[in-house]
Write a protein that binds this ligand. Structure first.
Ligand code: BJW
Length: 259
């Protein structure tokens, strides 16, 4: 896919220029430059002794509800304070440069929606929503406690069944929502180019998306400062942070720089 004299950005511009449908698949690295740690970075402060993979399970929540609820409250505070970086705004601009664009994100921070990206599919749910652990009855977000300090925090109880309230995210061992998953899989199978930004490609089933796109004939472009499980399947690899690569890519595309 990369012509010998081309830079990865130029090759990516060429692929995006001719693609009718573009999918951007984002992961935790997309928000790193906005101050939100990636999922696999070591935790800090009160949470330093815990492994995120052990906190993000229903079993952990049932065993230690205040610890897990407090961890999510801390993360919600980080997200509220975060300012979406230039890469987020570049993806909004990209909507105006291609015929059709959808963002499929594993992130639960809502930053794509906050900057105004129009078609955003959140595969792993959202920190902004809550439901109870037993029956998944919705719980109003404005009634969820928001501790000021970095601390454990007892979850509220469901008003209908009394079970503890949890964040409406997809934990390990849980199924992704059927509707959003079907839509994401259809998009991956029918896009002509997929930008894969800031994901390690370790978590299933989301990690399948670039493979589906490639098998269906799309050009897969990775944006990540580090090699990942996706690098081998990508036709084009832009090594660098999302906050620098995406604005450069969109600027080059808008100038029609295809050489
Ligand atoms: C930058 C950057 C910069 C840094 N710019 N980039 C098949 C095989 C093996 C295991 C399984 C399997 N199928 C299912 C499983 C089990 C499990 C799984 O995948 N486990 C793996 C760990 C092996 N999957 C599940 O359980 C899923 N459910 C499921 O499959 O249901 C069916 C089923 C049910 C029951 C039994 C069996 C099957 C559900 C997965 C849900 C994942 N949920 C989480 C938590 C969400 C809530 C929360 O945030 O707390 O989602 S886990 C966590 O990982 C979070 C993330 O969305 C997800 C992906 O992480 P991501 O985005 O890739 O982040 P990182 O941190 O890994 O990587 C960051 C990247 O950014 C790095 O590459 C950096 O280099 C890069 N970067 N700075 C650009 N500036």
């Amino acid at each position: 896919m990369l012509k010998t004299e081309e830079s990865p950005i130029q090759a990516a511009v060429r692929a995006l220029h001719t693609a009718r449908r573009v999918v951007v698949a984002t992961g935790a690295g997309m928000s790193r430059e906005s101050g939100i740690p990636t999922f696999r970075e070591a935790l800090t402060g009160l949470w330093a002794r815990y492994d995120p993979e052990e906190l993000a399970t229903e079993a952990a929540f049932r065993r230690h509800p205040a610890r897990v609820f407090g961890w999510y409250a801390w993360r919600r505070r980080l997200v509220r304070a975060a300012v979406p970086h230039a890469g987020y705004h570049a993806l909004v601009s990209l909507e105006g440069l291609v015929s059709e664009l959808a963002i499929v994100t594993q992130n639960v921070d809502g930053l794509h929606r906050r900057v105004g990206s129009r078609r955003v599919l959140e595969l792993h749910g959202s920190l902004d929503r809550f439901s109870c652990v037993d029956a998944r009855h919705p719980f109003p977000a404005d009634r969820a406690p928001e501790p000021e300090a970095d601390t454990e925090c007892e979850p509220p109880r469901c008003e209908r069944c009394g079970s503890p309230v949890r964040p409406d995210v997809v934990w390990f061992g849980e199924m992704l929502a059927a509707g959003v998953t079907a839509e994401a899989w259809d998009l991956a199978a029918s896009c002509r180019a997929m930008l894969v930004v800031g994901t390690s490609g370790l978590v299933q089933p989301a990690a399948q998306l670039p493979f589906i796109a490639r098998d269906a004939g799309a050009t897969v472009i990775e944006v990540n400062p580090e090699p990942t499980e996706i690098s081998g399947v990508a036709h084009i690899v832009c090594r660098g942070p999302a906050g620098a690569v995406l604005p450069a890519l969109v600027a080059a595309l808008s100038q029609g720089a295809t050489k």
